[in-house]
Design a protein around this ligand. Structure first.
Ligand code: CS2
Ligand code: MG
Length: 403
C-alpha cells in the first residue's frame, strides 16, 4: 500500500505546450504522466486539476487498474480525447511509480522484452520532391530503416507535414488557427511521383511511409493506394476520416497498400470494427490519447487477434513522457509494428531528461526504473504556456475541410 499524497499539473512551453501530471506518494516516490492534447491543452489541465486530482488523494498508488476503472466508469461521461488523455496521464504516472518501487524499467513489468529494440520511422519532408528525397537520404544516412515522406503540393501555399524548419515539424503555429488551402486533385498527382523518386533514390529496403492526414474520400484513397502499390509503401496513414469505420471496406476493395489509422482514437471502441473486420493493418492509438498503458495494452491484445499490429503515434506534440512510456510498451507488446519518432527539440529534451536512446534506426527505453523520464521543473517554469492552435483547412472554394 502506498497512498497518493499529492498530485499536480505542470504546463510548460519549451517551443510548444506540454501538460504533465506529477503524482507523489506518501513515501516520496513520484511518477509522471503526459496529458498534452495539441491545441486544447488547458482543457485537460483543468480536467485533471479540478476534477480528477481531488479523487486521487489518499488512494493506493499501486491499484492502477482500480483507479483506471474508477476514473473511466466514475466520470459517467465516457471517452473523448480530454477525458482519456487525463486518465492516460494518471495511468502513466502510476506505472512510473510502480516501476520505481519495484526498481525495474516499466517494460519488465509488462512481460519483459519481446525484441531487442523498437524500430522507428523518421519524418522526411520538403517543399518539392527533390527536397524531400534529399531529406530522406539524410535519414537513411543516420541509420533509419523507415522514413515518412511528405512533400509540398505545387499550387498550394502549404500542406500537412511540410515544415519551415527541416528537422522539426510543429503544426501548432499560431495564437489563432492558421488557415490552410487544400486541393485533392493537385495532391493526388504528386504523391505517386514522390514515391517513384524515393524508391529510385533510396533503394528497395528502406520502409517508406506516408500520412494522408484524413483528406481523401474512400474511393480516392483506393485510387491513391493502387497508384502507390508499385513502390510498396510500408503504409498509407489516415487515408480517410475514420468516423465512419465502414469507409475502409471500400478502400480495401481497391488496394492492397497497408492502412494505418488511429492517432486521434481515444479508446478501443473507436477501432473495434476496423480491427474486427481487418480493415486496417496498423493501429496508431498511443499512450497519451488512448487511456494510458493500461488501455493501450487492451487495444493491442484485441488487435493481435485480427493480425493488426501497433504503429503508435509519436509526433512532437506528444511529450518525451509519452515517448518513454510508448517505448516500454513497444519493447514488450507481441504484435509490435513500428513507432513514430518525430524527435523533440533540444529545448524540449532539456526540460524532459530521459533514458531512451537511438541506435541503428531503433529506439530503446533504457533500464532506468519506471518510465525513465523526468521533468526539470526549474527549466519548465522558464517556459510559460503560450496559446497555440493547429491549422484549419479549406478547399479552394472556401468550404471547410479536414486538416
Ligand atoms: C501527424 C501528427 O505525426 C503524425 O502522424 O498526424 O503530426 C499530427 O498532425 C499532430 O500530432 C497533431 O497534433
Ligand atoms: Mg498522422
Amino acid at each position: 500500500m502506498s497512498k497518493i499524497r499529492s498530485a499536480r499539473v505542470i504546463v510548460t512551453c519549451p517551443g510548444r505546450n506540454f501538460v504533465t501530471l506529477k503524482i507523489e506518494t506518501e513515501d516520496g516516490v513520484t511518477g509522471l504522466g503526459d496529458a498534452t492534447l495539441n491545441g486544447r491543452e488547458l482543457a485537460v489541465a483543468s480536467y485533471l486539476t479540478d476534477h480528477v486530482i481531488p479523487c486521487l488523494i489518499g488512494r493506493d498508488a499501486h491499484r492502477i487498474e482500480d483507479i483506471w476503472q474508477y476514473l473511466y466508469r466514475g466520470a459517467y461521461w465516457r471517452r473523448g480525447p480530454v477525458t482519456m488523455s487525463a486518465i492516460a496521464a494518471v495511468d502513466m504516472a502510476l506505472w512510473d511509480i510502480k516501476g520505481k518501487v519495484a526498481g525495474l524499467p516499466l517494460y519488465q513489468l509488462l512481460g519483459g522484452a519481446s525484441r531487442d529494440a523498437v524500430m522507428v520511422y523518421g519524418h522526411a519532408n520538403g517543399e518539392s520532391i527533390d527536397d524531400t528525397i534529399a531529406a530522406a537520404l539524410e535519414y537513411k544516412q543516420q541509420g533509419y530503416k523507415a522514413i515518412r515522406l511528405q512533400s509540398g503540393v505545387p499550387g498550394l501555399s502549404s500542406t500537412y507535414g511540410v515544415s519551415k524548419d527541416k528537422l522539426f515539424y510543429e503544426p501548432a503555429d499560431s495564437d489563432l488557427p492558421t488557415e490552410n488551402l487544400w486541393s485533392t486533385e493537385r495532391y493526388m498527382r504528386v504523391v505517386p511521383d514522390l514515391f517513384a523518386a524515393a524508391r529510385e533514390a533510396l533503394g528497395p529496403d528502406v520502409h517508406l511511409l506516408h500520412d494522408v492526414h484524413h483528406r481523401l474520400t474512400p474511393i480516392e484513397a483506393g485510387r491513391l493506394g493502387k497508384d502507390l502499390e508499385p513502390y510498396r509503401p510500408f503504409w498509407m496513414e489516415d487515408a480517410v476520416v475514420a468516423d465512419n469505420q465502414d469507409s475502409f471496406r471500400l478502400i480495401r476493395q481497391h488496394t492492397t497498400t497497408r492502412l494505418a489509422v488511429g492517432e486521434i482514437f481515444n479508446s478501443v471502441w473507436d477501432a473495434k470494427q476496423l480491427i474486427q473486420e481487418q480493415l486496417i493493418d496498423y493501429i496508431r492509438a498511443t499512450v497519451v490519447h488512448a487511456g494510458g498503458i493500461t488501455h493501450l495494452r487492451r487495444i493491442a491484445s484485441f488487435a493481435d487477434m485480427y493480425n493488426v499490429r501497433t504503429g503508435c503515434h509519436g509526433a512532437t506534440d506528444l511529450s518525451p513522457v509519452t515517448m518513454a512510456a510508448a517505448l516500454h510498451f513497444d519493447l514488450s507488446v507481441p504484435n509490435f509494428g513500428i513507432q513514430e519518432y518525430m524527435r523533440h527539440t533540444d529545448e524540449t529534451d532539456a526540460v524532459f531528461p530521459h533514458a531512451y536512446s537511438f541506435k541503428d534506426g531503433s529506439l530503446h527505453p533504457g533500464e532506468a526504473p519506471g518510465l525513465g523520464v523526468d521533468i526539470d521543473e526549474e527549466r519548465a517554469a522558464r517556459h510559460p504556456y503560450s496559446r497555440a492552435y493547429l491549422p484549419v483547412n479549406r478547399l479552394e472554394d472556401g468550404s471547410m475541410f479536414n486538416w
